[in-house]
Design a protein around this ligand. Structure first.
Ligand code: PMP
Length: 322
């Protein structure tokens, strides 16, 4: 679907997958005026195909659009693009019997106008592509190791941290390399102002389980991405009898809590991995083993059961596509 200043959205269509033409002066290539989303299509046992809370992705795309001075794509057009692609290519949605496999959907929008000045583009393109994905962990879920960067932060207040724009991820790549150089798999970012408050991982929100059965996750304060898995988990955890708290949590509370046994589990969540336990935390000059428990896996199972149609969708989260 294309957008032109003064004209709005027009020319929706389905085209075969392949390279797209882009002028070397296209604004997105220079100034990164670009946003995206990530969600999945799941096949249920009866062969039907469903998406999980796509309206929430449409709303987040609209919020990201406002922050990046891009036009908002109406929810109905966003949902229609998913319906059309999945209906047309439903053979690509993996079979139910394959367990945790799904069709990953990647909607994105970019500034397509050719000019070299810095201002919002007057032409924009929205595209949706898809790719089948298997389970995130091939050998079953295993705890990941986390690097706490003292060099890099992900987002400052007033910046783009709450938007899903490519630049946030580009800015995180050096931190990811730093993590790998220290033998860790993922980065945990702290806040930019005080370098003290836990924010999120490169592509996942974070949770702490305390020994009295409370689930704590950092408040959404403008510098972390408001995950759709994150809010779903807050709901499911309450139903599983956990107390749920959204509040700032400091790196000192994390380290002291693990050392004293007050924190019994730490896990991360996102569309791709669903829920992954964190098994170790390392930083310049130290490291800490993190215990793992059953809470993360219990919530993971109840979320997957809804997504794959094995449990009743009591929240109206699933939308049928085919
Ligand atoms: N934080 C970041 C930075 C992410 O990229 C993602 C993945 N979209 C998440 C959190 C989790 O969001 P969701 O649950 O909507 O996938």
């Amino acid at each position: 679907i294309d957008w032109t200043h003064g004209e709005g959205w027009h020319d929706a269509g389905l085209i075969p997958y392949g390279p797209i033409q882009m002028d070397p002066a296209a604004a997105v290539l220079h100034y990164a005026q670009e946003i995206f989303e990530g969600l999945k299509a799941y096949r249920h046992a009866d062969g039907s195909v469903w998406s999980f809370r796509p309206e929430a992705n449409a709303a987040r795309l609209a919020r990201s659009a406002r922050r990046l001075a891009l036009p908002e794509l109406p929810e109905e057009d966003f949902l229609a693009s998913i319906d059309l692609l999945v209906k047309t290519d439903q053979a690509w949605v993996p079979d139910h019997a394959s367990g945790e496999s799904s069709l990953y959907l990647r909607p994105f929008m970019y500034a397509s106008e050719s000019f070299l000045g810095v201002r919002p583009s007057k032409t924009v393109r929205y595209l949706l592509i898809a790719s089948p994905v298997g389970p995130y962990f091939s050998g079953g879920v295993k705890p990941v190791s986390i690097w706490l960067s003292s060099t890099y932060t992900r987002a400052a207040l007033g910046g783009t941290g709450a938007a899903k724009c490519g630049g946030n991820y580009a800015a995180g790549l050096a931190a990811q390399l730093e993590a790998e150089a220290h033998g860790c798999e993922q980065v945990c970012f702290l806040d930019a102002a005080e370098h003290r408050w836990v924010e999120e991982l490169g592509g996942m929100n974070i949770y702490f389980v305390t020994k009295d059965g409370t689930l704590v996750t950092p408040t959404v304060s403008g510098t972390i991405l408001e995950g759709i898995t994150r809010s779903s988990i807050l709901t499911l955890a309450g139903e599983l009898g956990l107390k749920v708290e959204e509040r700032p949590i400091s790196i000192d509370e994390w380290r002291a809590g693990v050392a004293s046994g007050e924190i019994t589990e730490v896990f991360a969540c996102g569309t791709a991995a669903v829920i992954t336990p964190l098994g170790a935390l390392a930083w310049e000059g130290g490291e800490l083993e993190i215990p793992t428990g059953e809470v993360a896996m219990k919530i993971r199972q109840s979320l997957l059961d809804i997504q794959y149609g094995r449990a009743e969708d009591t929240h109206g989260w699933m939308r049928q596509l085919a």
